[in-house]
Design a protein around this ligand. Structure first.
Ligand SMILES: Nc1ncnc2c1ncn2[C@@H]1O[C@H](COP(=O)(O)OP(=O)(O)OP(=O)(O)O)[C@@H](O)[C@H]1O
Ligand SMILES: [Mg+2]
Length: 259
C-alpha cells in the first residue's frame, strides 16, 4: 500500500540530513508506528509521503503509484493527515473545519452535516455543544480530537498521524486510542503514526519502526521487538514502559518516600 524506498531528505542545501536512506513497506490495513527522539526525522518522513515535503532522493509509492506522478492536491485529498501542531483553521467553526474535505469532494450539505455529527460523537465531543465553536474556544485536547475527526472526514483508506493523541490527558487518551483502534480495524485503514509514547506504540501498532538520526534502527512487530530488539537503542526505547512501571512500584513500596 505504501512503499518507501531508499528515501533521504536534506534541508538547507544538504546542511541537515533529516532522513537518510530509509526504506519500509506498509501493507493495506496495517498500522506502523514511528518512534524516536525529537529531531530524528519522523515528521519529515510522514510529510514526504503526502508531498508536504519533497523528497531529496529515493522513491515513494502509495497504492502502487509513484507519488511524483500524482498531483499533490489529489494525493493529499486521499490521505487523512493529522498534523503535529493540530492546525485547525482558526476562522472556521468546528463543523466547517471537519467539513473541509467533504466539501472538496462535493458532498451535499446534509451528508456533510451527518458526517460531522457522526465524527464528533466518535471522538467524544457533543455535536450540539461544539459544532459552532471556533478552535480558540476549545481546549488543546478538544482541538486535537477535532483534528482527528477532520482527518477521518473524507473516509480515507490511508492515514498519516503525527502525535495524534499527544495533547490528551491519560484517561481521554486511553479512550480515544481505543476508539481509534476500533475505527482502524473496522475500516481496515492503513496507518502510519508518530508517537513518543512507547506503550501507545505497543498497543496500536502492528509494527514499530525505531528511528535515530534520520535512520531506521529496527523495524518489527511489538512482540518480536520486545523479545529480540536487535539494536541497543531500540532496546533502550522499548524498555521505557517497564522502567516507568518499576519506578511506580518502587514508589508505592517506599510508602511515598523519595527514592
Ligand atoms: N523546514 C526545515 N528546514 C530545515 N531543517 C528542518 C526543517 N524541518 C525539519 N528540519 C530538521 O530536520 C530534522 C528532523 O526534523 P523532524 O521534524 O522530521 O523531526 P521529528 O522526529 O519529527 O522531531 P519531533 O519529535 O521533535 O517532532 C531536525 O534536525 C530538524 O531541525
Ligand atoms: Mg515531529
Amino acid at each position: 500500500m505504501i512503499s518507501v524506498r531508499g528515501v533521504s531528505k536534506s534541508y538547507n542545501d544538504g546542511l541537515t540530513w533529516a532522513v537518510k536512506d530509509v526504506s519500509f513497506d506498509v501493507t493495506a490495513g496495517e498500522v506502523l508506528a514511528l518512534v524516536g527522539e525529537s529531531g530524528c526525522g519522523k515528521t519529515s518522513t510522514l510529510k514526504m509521503i503526502n508531498r508536504l515535503v519533497e523528497l531529496t532522493s529515493g522513491a515513494i509509492a502509495v497504492g502502487d503509484r509513484d507519488i511524483m506522478s500524482i498531483p499533490p492536491v489529489v494525493l493529499r485529498r486521499s490521505i487523512g493527515y493529522v498534523i503535529q501542531e493540530i492546525g485547525l483553521f482558526p476562522h472556521l467553526t468546528v463543523e466547517e473545519n471537519i467539513g473541509v474535505v467533504p466539501e472538496l469532494l462535493g458532498w451535499s450539505v446534509n451528508r456533510t452535516k451527518e458526517r460531522v455529527d457522526e465524527l464528533l460523537n466518535l471522538v467524544g465531543l457533543d455535536a450540539r455543544e461544539y459544532r459552532k465553536r471556533r478552535p480558540e474556544e476549545l481546549s488543546g485536547g478538544q482541538q486535537q480530537r477535532v483534528g482527528l475527526a477532520r482527518a477521518l472526514a473524507g473516509g480515507p483508506k490511508t492515514m498519516l498521524m503525527d502525535e495524534p493523541f499527544g495533547a490528551l490527558d491519560p484517561i481521554t487518551r486511553a479512550g480515544v486510542v481505543e476508539e481509534f483502534r476500533k475505527i482502524q480495524h473496522d475500516l481496515s485503514l492503513t496507518v502510519i503514526f508518530v508517537t513518543h509514547d512507547m506503550a501507545e506504540a505497543l498497543i496500536l501498532a502492528d509494527r514499530i519502526a525505531v528511528m535515530k538520526d534520520g535512520s531506521i534502527m529496527a523495524i518489527d512487530t511489538p512482540s518480536e521487538l520486545l523479545s529480540n530488539p536487535g539494536d541497543p537503542y531500540a532496546e533502550e526505547l522499548l524498555s521505557m514502559p517497564q522502567r516507568q512501571a518499576k519506578i511506580i512500584t518502587e514508589i508505592a513500596k517506599s510508602g511515598g518516600e523519595p527514592l
